[in-house]
Design a protein around this ligand. Structure first.
Ligand SMILES: Nc1ncnc2c1ncn2[C@@H]1O[C@H](COP(=O)(O)OP(=O)(O)OP(=O)(O)O)[C@@H](O)[C@H]1O
Length: 237
């Protein structure tokens, strides 16, 4: 379980995140939604340790863990090894390396440097297995997105955070991404935090939402509570 309590973050004098509190229940898929510039990526960067938190707490209890860890005491390079995977915005893969080399580089972030690519990665993305000796830069955009997710999966995270995974894709690819997100949750038991500007899939594709506006968490609940009034007020463009 990941738990944030009263998290604040500043860029210089600019107050970006304001008293954000939220919990990610194990095995559930939570969407963090909000318009451009409301603080979604900043929030994810604070969870991953890429940005410092000015005040508040971020705690993480791995499955079977006896107690909550203070995540803020763990440097960024330890967070993947603690079971938190991250797929950044913009499909960042090493385009000059092969698919296989991309996955092997990602494996180095784990504690056990001799680990192999887990079978679930190619089970989820069989196309990547067929392309494993191809240069990542030669994959389609959809293939690169799969590789970006696969790179986070090689360390077998319990929690996977995806920052705008559908950004810039055509509807057929968005649908495929939604299908993969559902499989990660239902077939592989992951907890998911998915950042998007709007809900890109049907509500059945997840469990909970958390709406951000001006750096504040203005509403949260189950996806069936995300009604037209909230959508018009906080998400409509
Ligand atoms: N390095 C930075 N220095 C100063 N301000 C920043 C920096 N990065 C982001 N900001 C500001 O922080 C606020 C939140 O940005 P953030 O990228 O977290 O928003 P977002 O909700 O993820 O937007 P998007 O949907 O466009 O990705 C914005 O006002 C942005 O201008």
């Amino acid at each position: 379980m990941l738990r944030l309590q009263a998290v604040n973050q500043f860029f210089g004098p600019k107050h970006i995140l304001r008293d954000i509190s939220m919990e990610l229940p194990p095995g559930q898929c939570t969407y963090v939604l909000g318009r451009n510039g409301v603080g979604k990526t900043t929030l994810v960067n604070c969870i991953m340790g890429h940005l410092p938190v000015s005040s508040g707490t971020v705690t993480w209890r791995p499955a079977g863990g006896a107690e909550e860890l203070n995540l803020l005491q763990h440097p960024v390079e330890q967070r993947a090894a603690l079971g938190i995977g991250y797929v950044p915005q913009g499909r960042q893969v090493f385009s000059q390396l092969s698919v296989d080399e991309n996955l092997r580089v990602a494996l180095l972030a784990g504690r056990n440097k001799t680990r192999q690519v887990p079978s679930m990665v190619y089970e989820l993305f069989p196309g990547l297995h067929n392309m494993r000796h191809q240069r990542a830069g030669d994959l389609t955009e959809s293939g690169q997105q799969q590789l970006a997710i696969a790179r986070a999966l090689v360390l077998e995270p319990e929690l996977l955070i995806l920052d705008e995974p559908t950004g810039g894709f055509q509807p057929s690819v968005v649908k495929e991404i939604g299908h993969n997100i559902r499989r990660l949750q239902r077939d592989f038991g992951l907890t998911l935090l998915v950042v998007e500007q709007q809900l890109p899939f049907t509500p059945s594709a997840g469990d909970r939402f958390c709406l951000l506006e001006g750096g504040c968490n203005v509403a949260q609940g189950t996806l069936d509570q995300l009604d037209d009034s909230l959508i018009q007020t906080y998400l409509a463009v």
